[in-house]
Design a protein around this ligand. Sequence first.
Ligand SMILES: Cc1ncc(COP(=O)(O)O)c(C=O)c1O
Length: 391
Amino acid sequence: MTQFDFDSPTTEWLKARGTARWHDVADGVIPLWVAEMDFPVAPPVQAAIQDIVTKQAYGYPRDNGLKEAWAEWAKNHQGLDVDPSKVTILPDVLTGVRLALRTFSPAGSPVVLPTPAYMPFWDVPGLVGRRIVAVPMVTGADGRSTLDLDGIGKAFAQGARSIILCNPYNPLGRVFNETELRGLAEVAEEYGAFVVADEIHGPLVPAGGPAQGRTVPYASVSDAAAAHSINLMSASKSWNLAGLLTAVGTLFTDENQRLWKKEVHELETEGASTVGMAANLAAFTSGQPWLDEANEYIHANAVWLHDELARELPRAHFTVPEATYLGWIDFRDCGLPANAGTWLLRNARIRLNDGPTFGPGGEGHARINLATPRYLLVEAVGRMADAINKR
Ligand SMILES: Cc1ncc(COP(=O)(O)O)c(C=O)c1O
């Protein structure tokens, strides 16, 4: 039995939110792009935010137990051991990526980026004077995309000393398994490279989906992996709180924690908000029942999309993601241009993320946001099929 309502949000209600996804959307266009959910917020999270408003607690934030709550959630849901004294509260995950690259890789050393990649990953290394070595994902023996460990090893051999690992993977929806992550840990260890593990999509693994609700945090695969990595997490994707600005960065050794404290000024990690910290705390302590249902709703959307495309648009290829609410559609056999998303905005009045903005491997693809009421998805996919089939 379902307890929460994901079906009912109207386009008027969504537009009134005024945040990125529905901002500046031309009349009639269905926005299925940026990673915001179209659902009402989890009730305990909303209550925590309302409590802040009631108390007018708008001063500077102080310790509210978030580090301990994250540690408890990580243990219970991911089997990850987190020591709250090695957690830093951050305004957002990308700040963590930037500061970790600067702190834990030698100045000027290149950064490995598996591609296609979440767009801001293309820009963040440059902010700390690091060049990117793109290493495209490859198709594994089981037909799924996987990390190119040989390519990553080559990049390390040529001087790269860090990698941005998106686990689970935006945009390909992969949940890396222990074997894949151990493989990466071995290569990183061989070359003394640091792994920046962005695990923001980690809570978004449906129990009823291919990964059966389980994601493997990178730091959990071995002591070596823990010692050469940072885990970056926030409730912001899973509970739809991105504008409230709060994330957590977790280190796993005293040595890394000492280096971080030495190299990163407190002012550089400031910016988490009182309301964001309260909302993240509520998400980690009481938000799971809502998220479990949201994950299943999203997974059902993905299965529906898969079946509908097979029926109505068989030349489009789509694999049901193991995690995240982001789907990756391959339109190359449909004869669309490289920027398929732009073509669909013009011709089908649906807004997806254009594949090429994710870098090499994105041509002819588009990313679709599946955290949306089913009726909007049905309308959007109907338009997509009509536009492509009549071209
Ligand atoms: C992989 C990944 N990392 C980071 C972010 C952004 O996180 P933040 O707003 O905390 O920087 C996103 C947002 O979509 C994401 O998909």
